[in-house]
Design a protein around this ligand. Structure first.
Ligand code: IMP
Length: 201
């Protein structure tokens, strides 16, 4: 089966696009990735699963370009909050999306809970490849950890300042970017999907 070829990247975030390209360069150098063309409007994330939202984005790009596309959806699930913010991670504190307010709300919701056991959390990424004939493939990556009581460090973005991965003393913000990418939800999901695409050849 020939699964080589070109995929359009659904993400509009240049940092994510760079990270995905770096992963494909290592795990599946036979695949060419092209940037999302201008003119594709914002794609509303209306599904209640990461897979559903990743599919929405991939499908929109396939329909707009006629090419195979890859997309992802990511969020953070906190055990004591029944999995919230989950698929609503970007809009947790309301719209428009505000990363500062999202972290403030998460810390407030966790309130007086103390220590890793009571503050368990995981990042989840689901990556999807979709072809114009309707075929698709997906892969999930997760990283387990806990939510610190306050922000730590200046690096990264989103919930990085308050997420401490298991086995580490530092938050994602305090880790070197290369180290975060090596163990992160996004890195794992894309490495799995790229590896699967490579193995189809
Ligand atoms: P998106 O689906 O990647 O746009 O992310 C959804 C939400 O999760 C946004 O609030 C992001 O800031 C947050 N998020 C996604 N990936 C990460 C990450 O690696 N670190 C911290 N926050 C993230």
């Amino acid at each position: 089966m020939a699964e080589t070829g070109t995929f359009v990247l659904a993400t509009t975030n240049p940092n994510k696009a760079r990270e995905i390209r770096e992963i494909f360069a290592v795990c599946d150098p036979g695949t060419e990735l092209v940037d999302r063309p201008p003119g594709v409007g914002e794609i509303e994330e209306t599904e209640d699963t990461f897979l559903g939202n990743a599919r929405l984005k991939a499908r929109a790009l396939v329909e707009a370009t006629g090419l195979p596309a890859i997309a992802e959806d990511t969020g953070i699930e906190v055990e004591a909050l029944a999995g919230a913010p989950g698929v609503r991670s970007a809009r947790y504190a309301g719209e428009p999306s505000n990363e500062e307010a999202n972290v403030d709300k998460l810390l407030a919701e966790l309130g007086p809970r103390v220590g890793p056991e009571q503050r368990r959390a995981r990042f989840v990424t689901v990556a999807v490849a979709m072809w114009p004939d309707g075929r698709e493939a997906s892969a999930e990556g997760t990283v387990e950890g806990w939510i610190a009581g306050e922000r730590r460090g200046r690096g990264g973005f989103g919930y990085d300042p308050v997420f401490v991965p298991n086995g580490y003393a530092q938050s994602f913000s305090e880790l070197a970017e290369t180290e975060k990418n090596r163990i992160s939800h996004r890195g794992l999901a894309w490495a799995r999907l790229a590896g699967w695409l490579r193995d189809q050849r």
